[in-house]
Design a protein around this ligand. Structure first.
Ligand code: PEP
Ligand code: MG
Length: 557
């Protein structure tokens, strides 16, 4: 996206999709007051009336919303509306007011008592506590004259901004009115992310500076790369959002096969980390697994799991693709993925430290046992089992790894993510059966920019011409040597870039399952020749923005 804007911010992208619209901030819940002014005896009846009126307002509002919604959301709102009417609860609040406590404090205290009771009952009642507290917050806000907490109910579509979203907020989420979600807190697995993924709403989390953006300001959100543009050029922003909307509709309709418009097949594979992910992949159009990140299953393990247990994990993943290709990556321990039994703790510079295959320099046994476990599971797998090592930097590492794989009848590959391996690609290809380009790390190391640092997002962009130039050389070398070259970093999930890679000669693309229809439907619309032209054109770009524009001018025709 190359769009002029007043301010560009970044967060962690969670759900791909571009949206443009006015900002609506979710209001934070008021802090339930524990102390308040003492209410004089003669004012207590008035305070009780004030409380009843506010509770009625909240109840009526929630009931109205419940009637305007369907399904679970409607049920949740109806229950909250009922809570605000509940006679027992109101009586408890009035009792506190009779004792001289102000209505907000009385509501807080009475609700806490009910919440404790619900929690003690456990089960379904305990699950209702969140809804009860949500209702309390609304009543307190009403009493204190504060904006209604939670998600706004706009009349026309907005981009929702929030500190974070709570489960109860989800009931009010209407995907036709919420174009995108951006939160200041949260992470890719936080509740916000889970909800957004389920609803298919473009989403960015951990956008630390989003507080600078105010209600009704226009913003453009790209859930694919985590970029947020405040006050962008309106025409360009509208166009970016509607082009994305069209792409989403087309992706929904795409059912395969994975090939260009003129019939050139491209292998589309899935990135997975466990059995559940493999099952999801099998239910998609993925033709196999192109990156099985084995280390992610061991992030909480304190000791190395026995070979039998490891074999079980591999078997469980292979089971989803009994006849298809599976590319297993050996442990990529270290740096941002510390594995207690395989990483060196407290390195000064872990991204440049003992990670990936380098951990074998300290203890080869872990790799050998993992290879044995993979080989065992591979014997029961009818499809091809390929294995690859991460962070390979020297030719002797590649040779050694290939020998270990071949001794176990496994197809041997390496990831190309260290510039040293990219620069000498011809010689590395002589050692192995295939390579897979890890664009996340390759970009980080080529650009000398920490991939996790939001301030460096323009550097850690695979569209950087230096990175594209290296990828082009790797792919060309694969074509000459007739050796498969895949891409398995996040860049493979960018439909435009995926076409560029195909034009360069890349034979397979592996990505998050959710990205497969987008890439598949884009490939289906372009010819191999267009991909080749785009691949050539981007090499002349000065920066990522220009590279995108050049590619789009050829591929979006
Ligand atoms: C990569 O670096 O591109 C890659 C696929 O590996 P990871 O993201 O797991 O480091
Ligand atoms: Mg990597």
């Amino acid at each position: 996206m190359d769009i002029a804007s007043a301010r560009t911010l970044y967060g962690t992208p969670v759900v791909a999709g571009i949206a443009y619209g006015p900002v609506a901030w979710a209001q934070p819940a008021p802090e339930p007051p524990s102390e308040g002014p003492e209410i004089a005896p003669e004012d207590r009846d008035g305070e009780k009336e004030r409380f009843a009126a506010c509770a009625d307002t909240v109840s009526t509002r929630l009931r109205g919303r419940s009637e305007a919604t369907v399904g679970t959301a409607s049920d949740i709102l109806a229950v909250a509306a009922q809570f605000a009417k509940d006679k027992g609860w109101r009586k408890a609040v009035n009792k506190h007011i009779d004792a001289g406590v102000s209505a907000p404090v009385a509501a807080a205290r009475a609700t806490e008592m009910f919440a404790d009771m619900f929690r003690a009952q456990g089960g379904l009642m305990a699950e209702r506590v969140t809804d009860l507290l949500d209702m309390r917050n609304r009543v307190i806000a009403e009493l204190e004259g504060l904006p209604e907490p939670g998600i706004p109910t706009p009349e026309s579509p907005v981009v929702l901004l929030a500190e974070d979203l709570a489960p109860a907020d989800t009931a009010g989420l209407d995907p036709s009115l919420i174009r995108a979600i951006v939160t200041r807190l949260g992470g890719p697995t936080s509740h916000t992310s889970i909800i957004a993924r389920q609803l298919g709403i473009p989403c960015i989390v951990a956008a630390r500076e989003i507080g600078e953006v105010t209600d009704e300001q226009m913003i453009l959100v790209d859930g694919g790369d985590g970029r947020i543009d405040a006050d962008p050029d309106p025409a360009a922003a509208e166009e970016a959002a509607s082009a994305d909307e069209r792409a989403r509709e087309e992706a929904k309709a795409w059912t395969g096969p994975a090939q260009t418009a003129d019939g050139e097949p491209v292998q589309l594979l899935a990135n997975v980390q466990d059995e559940a992910g493999a099952k999801r992949a099998a239910a998609s159009q993925a033709q196999g697994i192109g990156l099985f990140r084995t280390e992610l299953s061991y992030l909480n393990a304190t000791t190395e799991p026995p070979v039998t247990e490891q074999t079980e994990l591999y078997r469980s993943v292979f089971g989803s693709f009994p006849d298809s290709k599976i590319v297993v990556r050996t442990l990529d321990a270290g740096s941002d993925k510390p594995v207690a039994f395989a990483s060196v703790p407290d390195e000064d510079n872990p991204a440049l430290g003992v990670r990936g295959l380098r951990t074998s320099g300290i203890d080869q046994g872990i790799l050998l046992r993992q290879l044995d476990a993979i080989a065992q599971a591979a014997r029961e797998h009818d499809g091809p089992t390929w294995i690859m090592a991460p962070m390979v930097a020297t030719i002797s590492e590649a040779r050694w790894f290939a020998q270990l794989a071949h001794e176990r009848d496994l197809t041997a590959g390496i990831m190309i993510e260290v510039p040293a391996a990219a620069i000498l690609i011809d010689r590395f290809l002589d050692e192995v059966d295939f390579v897979s380009i890890g664009t996340n790390d390759l970009t980080q190391y080529v650009m000398a920019a920490d991939r996790g640092n939001p301030n460096l997002a323009t550097y850690t962009d695979t569209w950087q011409p230096a990175v594209l130039s290296l990828i082009s050389r790797i792919a060309a070398s694969g074509v000459t040597k007739e050796t498969p070259v895949g891409v398995c970093g996040e860049a493979a999930a960018d439909p435009l870039l995926a076409c560029v890679f195909v034009g360069m000669g890349v034979t397979s693309l592996s990505m998050a399952v959710s990205a497969i229809p987008y890439v598949g439907s884009k490939l289906a619309k372009v010819t191999k020749e267009q991909c080749e032209q785009a691949a050539k054109a981007v090499l002349g770009a000065q920066d990522p923005g220009e590279a995108r524009i050049l590619a789009a001018s050829i591929l979006d025709q």
